[in-house]
Design a protein around this ligand. Sequence first.
Ligand SMILES: [Zn+2]
Ligand SMILES: [Zn+2]
Length: 261
Amino acid sequence: MAAAQLTLLWAVCLLPGPLALPLPPDAANMSQLQRKQAQDYLEKFYSGDSKTKEISSLAAKLKEMQNFFGLPLTGKLNPHIMEIMQKPRCGVPDVLKYSLFPNKLKWLSKDITYRIVSYTSDLSRRTVDKIVEKAFSMWHEQIPLNFRRVRMGPADIIISFETKDHGDGSPFDGPGNAVAHAFGPGPGLGGDVHFDNDEYWTVSNEIGINFLYAAVHELGHSLGLSHSSVPDAVMYPTYENGDEANLKLSEDDIKGIQKLY
Ligand SMILES: [Zn+2]
Ligand SMILES: [Zn+2]
């Protein structure tokens, strides 16, 4: 039952709104492609203000996005917004309708198992294993939860590399934009993490998508955190590649996870 609800929430979050919605007037000087990109982005990552009846107005979604990123609430597209929309990011929407859900999803057991069921050809298996272990340990340092890897059979958190439509109602989009997503704690798909195998995964801070940065962020979702609008938080929705040595949980991430566990 809970698994069905989880899947449903996911589907509801990403269900495209009605198509051909009117765009804000100042989008007129943007190229058709840019406008289409903006429309797709907002429909994918923003739910619209559910308190009003204008659930699917693009201007309302745009305001939600501006609110999330701490920008003036103009409801209008501009080059700065377009720039944010081009960045590689997590595929989980920024505004989740948690009202559909029991509040504060979390793991009830202190011992959580995980299993890596598929790999990318960009990195060695050993590297992927080590990075996933490191990502878990960064969260483990802050909360009384233990993470144990299993190599076969069931596990709480299943980690895999997938492409395009991979059976969970949230198809990946090829290279760029959404690069990974994860489900909040729960049975079945709950806690699972999917990385888009159409990305170029690296341990570098210059090219491709840094796997450690992405893994720490996605495991935050697996443990029950949603996106943070604090720019230096690991749970910020866009990915900035940086030096792995500098990657640490921000105060905001730590406050969030310690509140849950
Ligand atoms: Zn995310
Ligand atoms: Zn998926």
